[in-house]
Design a protein around this ligand. Structure first.
Ligand SMILES: C[S@@+](CC[C@H](N)C(=O)[O-])C[C@H]1O[C@@H](n2cnc3c(N)ncnc32)[C@H](O)[C@@H]1O
Length: 396
């Protein structure tokens, strides 16, 4: 979220009303101090200063826009909206403010209103690549895939984030007609996309996924690997949690190993995991890179709901084969691809789904064999169950 540093109208207004000059000067000083406070990370002080500027000179769009931005930063989006609405009523041609309006409405879970805001941006600035991307993402989530694809193409044509827009485009482009060459999706989700997505999701992750979407994968995985046929609990010297997120696996695994490490791309998710106090090391890295570089060795490697962001799993399987002890266990979940998909597909949900045959081929190529494979509901999307696989591999 950016700040508005100046409002040219301030100077004009002061000149037009010399008697009010002092008030305008004081308002401008409060405004400038507010911008500095905001940029210096003092959001509460910035809010007070913008309110003071508005008390002295009501209705200034620049102060209202910054007030909205600061309230959004403070986690009060519902209070930000009236300020932004007021600013836009006074300055309806401000494309940047309409963009901010769209983002705010997305936070407030009002996708149809947000779509209208991005359309206002594009009516004012048709080459605004970021607005095309946002509009495309909203249309994609509404199931309007053809229109969404057009938006991502526009974003690319106007110099938008190439990796991100290609990824989104691949997720909504229809499979080619029979006989056409198969279209290969990118091998994994863009890192900055994953990072941003989960940094912003970290606070509500456990409640949303576990509470609302019925996410049970960590518990199902634990059930599959923790018990032994003789009923005795399993125990490992060291375990690694790939894409550990907020650490839902932590309390389940930590009592069964001397050391538990986690790796994840999102620093905010890692901060939540760290707060549990269940992990020895938490590493901010991509899983494939970490597996290729780490000097640690593990008896158990777990990947719960992280391969939905990694389509091509070759490097990950190679890395797991590298770090896993001779008698080690590798357990993971995937969404299951539609029949006929040879390796993996990127879905409109922006998540990958994998074919069982592909997983078996990868396992065999790296010296693993399936010890257990179960079909289950991985999560719910728009109230529909999403089918997946839970897989336990052991060294052959
Ligand atoms: C849906 S969450 C699952 C978190 C956790 N495993 C659980 O079951 O609660 C997916 C996590 O994987 C992480 N992630 C996705 N792709 C990754 C990658 N290539 N490298 C490292 N972490 C990744 C995300 O940041 C996120 O925290």
């Amino acid at each position: 979220m950016t700040t508005r540093r100046t409002d040219p109208a301030d100077a004009n207004a002061a000149a037009a009303e010399p008697a009010a000059g002092e008030r305008f000067e004081a308002a401008r000083a409060a405004f400038v101090a507010g911008v500095q406070a905001f940029e210096g990370g003092e959001a509460e002080r910035a809010e007070t200063l913008f309110l003071e500027a508005l008390r002295l000179v009501p209705g200034r769009p620049s102060a209202l826009i910054n007030l909205a931005a600061v309230r959004q930063r403070l986690g009060r989006p519902a209070e930000a909206l009236p300020a932004l609405d007021e600013a836009l009523a006074a300055a309806p041609d401000d494309a940047a403010a309409w963009f901010q309006h769209g983002q705010l409405l997305q936070v407030l879970q009002r996708p149809h209103d947000a779509l209208r805001s991005y359309e206002r941006v594009l009516a004012l600035e048709p080459a605004q690549a970021a607005a095309w991307t946002q509009r495309g993402s909203l249309l994609k989530d509404m199931g309007r895939h053809t229109e969404a694809a057009q938006c991502f193409r526009q974003a690319l044509a106007n110099g938008g984030d190439a990796e991100l827009n290609r990824y989104f485009l691949a997720s909504v482009e229809r499979a080619p007609a029979a006989g056409g060459a198969p279209r290969e999706a990118p091998g994994s989700a863009p890192r900055h996309y994953v990072e941003q997505l989960f940094d912003s999701y970290a606070d509500g992750f456990d409640e949303h996924l576990v509470g609302k979407l019925g996410y049970r994968t960590p518990w199902l995985i634990a059930e599959m690997v923790l018990g032994r046929p003789d009923g005795a609990p399993r125990h490992w010297r060291a375990a690694l949690d790939l894409g550990c997120g907020t650490g839902l696996m932590g309390p389940l695994l930590a009592p069964h190993c001397e050391a538990l490490d986690g790796v994840d791309l999102s620093s905010q998710m890692l901060a939540k995991a760290a707060a549990l106090g269940r992990y020895r090391h938490l590493v901010h890295a991509d899983i494939a890179e970490h597996l290729q570089g780490t000097g640690e060795r593990y008896g158990l490697v777990v990947a719960a709901d992280v391969f939905v962001y990694v389509g091509d799993l070759d490097a990950v399987f190679a890395g797991v084969a590298r770090v896993l002890d001779g008698d080690g266990t590798f357990v993971f979940s995937v969404e299951e691809a539609a029949a006929g998909v040879p390796r993996y597909e990127l879905r409109a949900s922006s998540r990958y789904a994998h074919a069982e045959t592909y997983l078996r081929e990868l396992a065999a190529a790296r010296g693993f064999e399936p010890a257990d494979l179960r079909r289950t509901t991985i999560r719910h999307e728009q109230r529909q169950p999403i089918g997946g696989l839970l897989v336990v591999l052991r060294r052959r």
